[in-house]
Design a protein around this ligand. Structure first.
Ligand code: SF4
Ligand code: SF4
Length: 376
């Protein structure tokens, strides 16, 4: 789901009655056990301009042999195998950045100057440094948000000299066609069938659980969702079902602070990477911001990963410590620039009034249901 919905859906936590261990069957249901460190992937090292060629190759219709497109196809294959493969952008960028120099082996036939400028143009527009490494999904999401044309990058309206003829493909519109196709042409989304299956399985596990592992910050997102009127039947996560369980049937169910996009609540989410047990929402970088929010919440309520509390006690603690999501820079509102791997729709100036109203309404409603109103 989108972060805005997700913040309406996902959370923060507190101290209280300890409850039992997660049943073994449920622990097995998570793709990566709580706290497990996934295997490191080897980064794919490419030139910045090859990001563009990968998109450009999507618009190719004649299937002519173009050297740039050969490399682009290899990159597309690597993305199909692993959409979150780390990608390092190496180029020629002068002495200070010589630690990451790519050499000229993958220069296109145009001049050295053109090759250098094109790489630096891409990095400058994306706000990235030479040698930076990001998950492929985050890179292509960024590119496909902010770079709709290669005009002025791969070729120029006026050729000012022999060195500046540019790439012959720039005169066509392959890149622009590829751009229109969007990131889904490079990275297949999770299928509706798979997400529906995961929804059904994870709900079954949720209803049988005595302890529910949840990544911390989405417990606060759940309050926003509740304030907005979201109720069970929501496709993209199990937070409305969790709140329904807590508010109407099992206020003392255990909630355990879990690392990562834990399966029991996040299972049906379009943004979840089941192999890595992580969140790839918010332009492919969601897990970074989500981890930070998890830690922000844990710090606010004085808990740790693995801490387990009765739901009612936990929400009492959350509501005592977090009365609003507005003006608290260490939880929901951040002031990151865009583009940034830290940016999301809930944290910027544009949306800051929005989650606040939903959270405050959800908090009031939940406090009433849980008989916590006398505390505040
Ligand atoms: S115009 Fe040429 S250099 Fe630019 S993206 Fe297309 S193939 Fe690559
Ligand atoms: S994977 Fe989990 S944390 Fe990420 S957006 Fe989906 S529900 Fe929220």
């Amino acid at each position: 789901m989108k972060r805005r919905n997700f913040l309406q859906c996902a959370g923060l936590c507190g101290t209280g009655g300890l409850v039992g261990m997660v049943p073994a069957a449920l622990a097995q249901a998570s793709a990566a056990p709580d706290g497990a460190v996934p295997k490191k992937s080897t980064p794919l090292t490419i030139r910045p301009y090859q990001l563009l060629c990968t998109v450009c190759s999507l618009g190719e219709e004649g299937h002519e042999p173009v050297r740039q497109y050969e490399r682009a196809r290899q990159i597309r294959d690597a993305l199909r195998r692993n959409p979150d493969v780390p990608v390092t952008l190496a180029c020629h960028a002068g002495a200070l950045y010589s630690f990451q120099d790519s050499g000229t082996g993958e220069d296109t036939p145009e001049s050295d100057e053109f090759n250098r400028k094109r790489d630096l143009d891409v990095l400058q527009i994306l706000g990235l440094a030479p040698g930076c490494t990001l998950p492929a999904r985050a890179l292509f999401e960024l590119l496909l948000k902010g770079l709709p044309t290669v005009s002025g990058i791969c070729g120029y309206d006026t050729v000012t000299g022999e060195a500046w003829k540019g790439c012959p493909k720039a005169a066509g519109d392959n890149y622009e066609k590829g751009f229109e196709k969007g990131v889904r042409a490079l990275i297949s989304p999770r299928t509706e069938e798979e997400m529906a299956r995961e929804k059904a399985k994870s709900l079954q596990a949720l209803y049988a659980a005595s302890v529910v592992p949840v990544r911390p910050h989405i417990l606060v997102c759940a309050v926003c969702q509740y304030g907005e009127g979201l109720r069970p039947g929501y496709k993209e996560d199990n937070l409305p079902e969790l709140l329904d369980l807590i508010l109407n049937r099992k206020p003392d169910i255990g909630i355990k602070m879990a690392k990562g996009a834990d399966w029991m609540i996040c299972a049906p989410c379009p943004g979840r990477n089941p192999e890595l047990n992580c969140c790839t929402h918010v332009m492919g970088s969601g897990d970074l911001d989500s981890q930070k929010r998890d830690l922000d919440l844990l710090q606010k309520v004085g808990l740790k990963f693995g801490s387990t509390m009765k739901a009612r006690d936990l929400y009492r603690l959350i509501f005592e410590r977090i009365t609003t999501t507005h003006g608290i820079p260490d939880i929901c509102i951040k002031y990151n620039t865009m583009p940034s791997v830290w940016w999301d729709e809930c944290c910027g100036h544009l949306f800051q009034g929005n989650p606040r109203a939903k959270y405050e309404k959800g908090r009031r409603g939940m406090m009433k249901k849980l008989n916590l109103a006398r505390n505040k």
